[in-house]
Design a protein around this ligand. Structure first.
Ligand SMILES: [Zn+2]
Length: 140
């Protein structure tokens, strides 16, 4: 896995303003939402981030944001909940909490619970991101 750290430097004094971590081209915190300019921590010159607040995104960019969240949600639920449920099932069989013919129903129950938890977490984070973005634009 190739890890790349993009560092945003202040054009004025060269201090690090913020950094983004990517894995194989995927940004770890896959988001395009954020303040378009942040003040440099040392000289407070405003530096462009390439990000935009939610309300400044075009409709298609909002759609892309939602689709990319849904994509990660799908990957996350299948991989994480699937692996978790598989491990739980092996444990449950190993310690004879369940017998062999309950294995598959047990797997699907664990998988569904895991997928629901992941869905709730991703939705909560995405909504919080949009809400924080909106309150940055119009502080109430
Ligand atoms: Zn600076």
């Amino acid at each position: 896995m190739q890890t790349i750290v993009d560092v945003l430097l202040c054009p004025d004094c060269g201090s690090q303003v913020l950094h983004t971590v990517s894995y194989n081209g995927f940004r770890a915190a896959s988001t395009s939402i954020g303040p378009p300019r942040v003040p440099c921590p040392s000289c407070s010159v405003p530096v462009s981030t390439g990000l935009k607040e939610w309300d400044e995104h075009h409709f298609l960019e909002k759609v892309r944001f939602v689709l990319s969240r849904l994509f990660w949600l799908m990957v996350g639920s299948v991989v994480v909940a699937g692996a978790g449920a598989m491990v739980l099932k092996l444990f449950a069989l190993e310690f004879v909490w369940i017998d062999e013919r309950d294995g598959d129903p047990f797997f699907w129950v664990c998988f569904s619970i895991g997928a629901v938890i992941i869905t709730a977490m991703v939705l909560r984070n995405s909504l919080r991101e949009v809400n924080e973005s909106r309150s940055r634009i119009s502080p109430s």
